[in-house]
Design a protein around this ligand. Structure first.
Ligand SMILES: NC(=O)c1ccc[n+]([C@@H]2O[C@H](COP(=O)([O-])OP(=O)(O)OC[C@H]3O[C@@H](n4cnc5c(N)ncnc54)[C@H](OP(=O)(O)O)[C@@H]3O)[C@@H](O)[C@H]2O)c1
Length: 348
């Protein structure tokens, strides 16, 4: 599979990774056997990047990943990005060095490693991104070899831009998909310029962009697509990308005719993200710089969540699709501009 580089981590990643929230909780039931099969499906299809968090199933996702990677022959070639900060009340005062150490130590134990590859602040309150001591504490974790690198996961473009100015930030994780275009405007160019890796999450708009749902689709009670549809538990932008369900369905119906022959709607949606250039104009016009991504593409890795091996393999295969044509990109933009932009563009 194509690989892209995290400049500040001196590490590369398969362009398609695996989002492992599903292997923890909040997406209905995923058995342990299915979770192991999902990881095997991804890794054996060339995935070398897995995203998780200490809160996914209160550590279940991390523990399963740790066990899987220790047992699998390709385990040592996989980068695991975890997250910290959401096991406590969302108060900026909780983001202290001592708490970071405690949270990291729990993740190290769950994953069974001495040093975590990448730790991301897990969408903390906005003030945290502007707090000097937070960045000093993150540097200390690197010096202590608890973590090899650190990054942030953000809700808004504003938070992403604040984090990108910090010299030690290796990665920014942000919602980016065919129904969420705002990061293309400023965040992706700024990250490319600074050499900060971009991890594109919720790439299928919580599955909407798989094209499998309709007005009668039922999601289980313990699935955030039921209980967080209006933001009851966490930021509503994480559920269907913040798009009202019926509007999302209409947008996906209009995108479906653009899907290339032989590809699935999900693969088309992932390819759209992989194609995004470092500059919005579509021209790869930046001058050469050691820190810039040599591919001229701005997303380092896309992390579709998968609940079974078939989905994981299907998603990995999106990397084999040829880039979509400029005309198709224009048509995706037209659907966004008409149906989605008025509803969400100003929000995140
Ligand atoms: N705050 C944060 O930092 C944050 C927030 C959200 C997500 N994340 C990370 O980002 C990852 C990805 O986002 P996400 O999981 O929320 O949303 P997503 O990747 O947009 O959607 C995942 C859902 O899409 C469907 N799907 C996946 N692959 C498919 C395929 N090949 N064919 C058909 N359907 C497919 C599945 O739906 P069904 O379940 O209906 O089968 C799956 O549960 C997460 O796993 C997590 O690691 C981080």
């Amino acid at each position: 599979m194509e690989k892209r580089k995290f400049a500040r981590m001196d590490r590369d990643s398969s362009v398609i990774g695996l989002g492992a929230w599903q292997l923890g909780a909040d997406w209905g039931e995923v058995s342990e056997d299915t979770a192991f099969a999902t990881l095997a499906g991804a890794v054996e299809a060339g995935v070398t990047f897995i995203d998780t968090a200490d809160v996914y199933g209160d550590g279940r996702s991390e523990q399963i990943i740790g066990r899987f990677l220790r047992e699998h022959p390709a385990g040592s070639s996989v980068t695991v990005a975890t997250k910290m900060g959401r096991r406590v009340e969302q108060d900026p005062a909780a983001y202290t060095l001592n708490n970071f150490r405690e949270w990291n130590d729990r993740s190290r134990e769950n994953l069974g490693v001495d040093t975590l590859d990448l730790v991301q602040l897990h969408c903390p309150p906005s003030a945290v991104y502007r707090t000097e001591q937070v960045y000093e504490a993150l540097e200390t974790l690197v010096q202590e070899k608890r973590v090899a690198a650190y990054g942030v996961s953000v809700e808004t473009c504003e938070e992403a831009l604040a984090a990108i100015t910090r010299p030690g930030i290796a990665s920014v994780q942000i919602v980016l998909n065919a129904l969420r275009h705002k990061p293309l405007e400023e965040v992706l160019p700024a990250a490319a310029e600074a050499g900060v890796g971009i991890i594109a999450r919720v790439p299928l708009a919580s599955g909407l962009l798989s094209g499998r749902y309709d007005e009668n689709t039922h999601f289980p009670e313990n699935d955030h697509r039921t209980y967080n549809r209006h933001g009851g538990s966490f930021d509503v932008g994480e559920t269907f990308s913040g798009v009202e369900y019926h509007i999302g369905l209409e947008a996906v119906r209009r995108l479906t005719p653009l899907v290339p022959e032989g590809a699935t709607t999900a693969q088309f949606a992932l390819r759209w993200i992989l194609d995004q250039p470092t500059a919005l104009s579509g021209g790869v016009s930046f001058s050469a710089s050691a820190e810039r991504d040599s591919t001229g593409k701005s997303v380092t890795v896309v992390i579709p969540g998968a609940r079974n091996a078939e989905q994981a393999r299907g998603n990995a295969a999106a990397a084999d699709l040829p880039p979509l044509s400029p005309e198709v990109h224009e048509q995706v933009k037209a659907v966004y501009d008409e149906l989605i932009r008025p509803q969400i563009h100003h929000r995140w």
